[in-house]
Design a protein around this ligand. Sequence first.
Ligand SMILES: Cc1cc2nc3c(=O)[nH]c(=O)nc-3n(C[C@H](O)[C@H](O)[C@H](O)COP(=O)(O)OP(=O)(O)OC[C@H]3O[C@@H](n4cnc5c(N)ncnc54)[C@H](O)[C@@H]3O)c2cc1C
Ligand code: SF4
Length: 508
Amino acid sequence: MVSKLLLVLGDQLSMDIASLREGDKVSDVVVMAEVADEASYVQHHPKKIAFIFAAMRKFAKALEQDGWTVAYTKLDDDENSGSIGGELLRRAEEYDAGEVIATEPGEWRLISHLEDLPIPVHQFQNDLFIASHKEFEDWAEGRKALRMEYFYRDMRRKTGLLMDGDKPVGEKWNFDHDNRKPAPDEVTFDGPLKFEPDEIVEDVLDLVETRFDNSFGDLRPFWFATDRGQALEQLNHFIEHGLPKFGDFQDAMLNDNRFLYHGLVSFYMNAGLLSPLEVCEAAAKAYDDGNAPINAVEGFIRQIIGWREYVRGIYFLEGPDYPRRNGLNHQRGLPDFYWGAETKMNCISKAVAQTKEDAYAHHIQRLMVTGNFALLAGINPNEVHEWYLAVYADAYEWVEAPNVVGMSQFADGGIIASKPYVSSGSYINKMSDYCKNCDYSVSKKTGDGACPFNLLYWHFLIRHRDRFDNNPRMAQMYRVFDRMDEERRETVLAEADAFLEKLGKEVV
Ligand SMILES: Cc1cc2nc3c(=O)[nH]c(=O)nc-3n(C[C@H](O)[C@H](O)[C@H](O)COP(=O)(O)OP(=O)(O)OC[C@H]3O[C@@H](n4cnc5c(N)ncnc54)[C@H](O)[C@@H]3O)c2cc1C
Ligand code: SF4
């Protein structure tokens, strides 16, 4: 008889996870399982499934080497019950265990699945994150607006990152005005390290190839890190070569360079292979050693202890219905080009192609290309949410839903964003070289070949005039529209309508 089962999920692959800390190597059994329910609640990108399964298998080995007993279920094991709960019950019987110790999952769906099991499951808080639920709730209590910037400052104080006593290093909390330059002519960083699949990874790739061959996305070439050692290599590679220019070109996009100076660490942090604190400490050390400037390091750290922690706080604060919100009542279906069908819009085509190949797109592609289009076109945020959850290898509901439903689609009614992230084609043109290779003309506001973002931008503002007219950050744009002559206003809106009419029916 063992005393307890210790559940380790595929995004909890850390030796410091609470369920292991609460357990005992001698008397307890670690349960890990590749199950159909988790692999198919949305149609995940095959690279995402392969990454998680391969990293799980390697983590299970590392646990065994560390002296733990691990009951590991592979997806194609005959006895596999297909769900986490089913596997826990099966293992409880097999090992005669009376209780389960778990680390709280990152989504409401699984939390309630564990709560509903007919065996006691103790869920411990996932302290791989910097802010606890209680800390976030205390911070949010009584505030009219939950703006990330103030939460971020508290996280700086809490961690001591980039702090000089109680003052921010460089005498400013935020160096963003030095960042976000347009796309550079030359990129000096080679992008992420690409790892050759070993035997364990190859086995998983074969499995995923047979079981998920209908899903959107290319499984091979597969190059992700799949264990902590490789993830650390990727982190060090980025800190040394990419971080110094991270801030400058954080928002830039290029036809021929999909990674620019981005870290590609979200896959690894979100799966537990890297801790957010160690990632930030590595960046802070680069600043202390004089290897990276403050604008890059502060910007990078803000994304992690600021945005990443903040969106998680919002997800848990707002409750299980959050991902289903539709504050602007958008009902249009997601166009096929999100799944790789042809489109003449080069920006969308590039962002989707790289999503298909690498299960990755950087922040601005997600926010200002695919997200912006969906919002402008009035796509149902639920469908947008499911797309993002499926196609990105770093997508788990706690982080994806607030970014998509809140930040990108304004479907939470403005909890995360103080105004919708919408732009015409000019923003994309400023930050990228996409427009140079597009069938549409970004400088055309109406008429044949006018950039659809230009048309839809006004359509969105006018559709939602009641909602945004009084928003001080948007008043200026309404004034611009009102100053256009009437004929022009009518043309823009009519052409936008005609474009929306064609969506889903012909190649646009
Ligand atoms: C519509 C939309 C959907 C998104 N979905 C996800 C998602 O499913 N999973 C996910 O991890 N991130 C998501 N993000 C945030 C961000 O795009 C990714 O974290 C980032 O692109 C990951 O690549 P990177 O590691 O190269 O990041 P870098 O650009 O190098 O940034 C460093 C780190 O900062 C963190 N970060 C930056 N911005 C955010 C943010 N808004 N929220 C949370 N963490 C952030 C990430 O951990 C990232 O690894 C989304 C953003 C948008 C606009
Ligand atoms: S012209 Fe418009 S559609 Fe084409 S790449 Fe630029 S922003 Fe995208």
